[in-house]
Design a protein around this ligand. Structure first.
Ligand SMILES: *Cc1c(COP(=O)(O)O)cnc(C)c1O
Length: 360
């Protein structure tokens, strides 16, 4: 069992009064979980301390060469007031996959989960009470050695911050407008696309900016070699329903293996849909659209869960999908996943992990 030191804040912040006005990622709770890593010593000094600025050397390696990884998951409050997580073990498993790629030391997945549970016990009251709102959890690791040279670091910080959040998209479950990026790329095979690392986001800002200028909300990335095959959306995996069949890009190394993606595939298979994980070109999508066979397009990710796509713009071609309305597969997935997450339907998959009591 992880030994945790508590240094609790004596001055707590006011909780947000109107949960319907919660945005995403801009309010933080009173405490964080933090632990250090030093080569030779391993991870140590796990503690829960007040939320506040951290001090870093201006030469800290993460600031110069981006050796960083992160995760994202949520805590949900059920109708009876209890708090639960959705497949948190998958997040810490993926964290170690990202660590491996970024030459960051492995974490003990159970210790991370224990640390998260302990932090959630302290911050329980921050988990929103309205359905649709949740407590977003952001664990991350940064390299901290004061050294301006390129090598894997010897010192790291593992931190978890918490942020009460409303619906991710301002438009709610209304379909989003997506712009197919055919100039810039996000990832290449052999690169870091499958790792949850800051670099993948830094590289995508330019395309995102371009999409926003054209009044599109998100970017759909094509493969980095031929710019032919569909990969994923900014922070979501992408699915197409073509002629009744569900198609999603295979995990070829440049696509982030989303836990929502994996769960959506399992739900669809269990509901009797045919699901294909394979390479799919943007031409195939456009052809399906022209043939009247592109039934639905949707994104999957922790933040938005299921996000129907209403418009897809690829060069000069604008595809309006399912009359810009949410389709039956997207709706079924949304209802099933959010139902399990907020505990309004039985968890037939065994995905939910209740908050365990941790004594300080
Ligand atoms: C986190 C992330 C996703 C979605 O993963 P989930 O585990 O479903 O939240 C998809 N794409 C990218 C680039 C991501 O960083």
């Amino acid at each position: 069992m992880l030994d945790i030191r508590y240094e609790l804040s004596s001055k707590l912040k006011d909780k947000p009064k109107d949960e319907s006005k919660l945005g995403f990622g801009n309010i933080f709770t009173d405490h964080i979980f933090i632990m250090n890593y030093d080569t030779g010593k391993g991870w140590h000094d796990a503690r829960i301390v007040p939320f506040g600025d951290i001090s870093l050397s201006p030469a800290a390696m993460c600031l110069h060469y981006g050796q960083e990884i992160f995760e994202g998951l949520k805590a949900y409050r059920t109708k009876d007031g209890s708090i639960q997580l959705f497949r948190p073990d998958e997040n810490f498993k993926r964290m170690n996959v990202s660590n491996e790629r970024m030459v960051i030391p492995q974490v003990n997945e159970q210790d991370c989960l224990d640390g998260l549970m302990a932090l959630l016990n302290v911050e329980k009251d921050w988990v929103p009470h309205t359905e649709g709102a949740s407590l977003y959890i952001r664990p991350f690791i940064i390299s901290t050695d004061p050294y301006v040279g390129v090598r894997p670091a010897d010192h790291y910080l593992f931190i978890i911050i918490l942020s009460p959040s409303g619906a991710y998209y301002s438009t709610g479950l209304n379909p989003v407008k997506i712009y197919v990026e055919s100039r810039y790329v996000r990832a290449v095979r052999g690169g870091t696309g499958f790792a949850k690392t800051a670099a993948n986001y830094a590289i995508s800002l330019k395309g995102q900016d371009e999409a926003h200028k054209q009044d599109y909300e998100q970017v759909l990335w094509l493969d980095g070699v031929e710019q032919k095959y569909v990969e994923e959306v900014g922070s979501m995996n992408i699915f197409f329903v073509i002629d009744g069949k569900i198609v999603t890009p295979a995990l070829t190394g440049s696509v982030l293996p989303g836990i929502t993606r994996k769960s959506a595939i399992e739900v669809c298979k269990k509901r009797g849909y045919e699901v294909e994980e394979r390479r799919i070109s943007i031409e195939e999508v456009a052809k399906a659209y022209d043939d009247g066979k592109l039934d639905e397009v949707f994104g999957t990710g922790t933040a938005a869960v299921i996000s129907p796509v209403g418009h897809l713009k690829w060069n000069d071609k604008i595809m309006t999908i399912n009359d810009n309305k949410i389709g039956p597969v997207s709706q079924m997935l949304y209802d099933t996943m959010t139902g399990i997450q907020w505990g309004t339907i039985p968890d037939e998959f065994g995905w939910v992990v209740p908050l365990t009591e941790v004594r300080e």
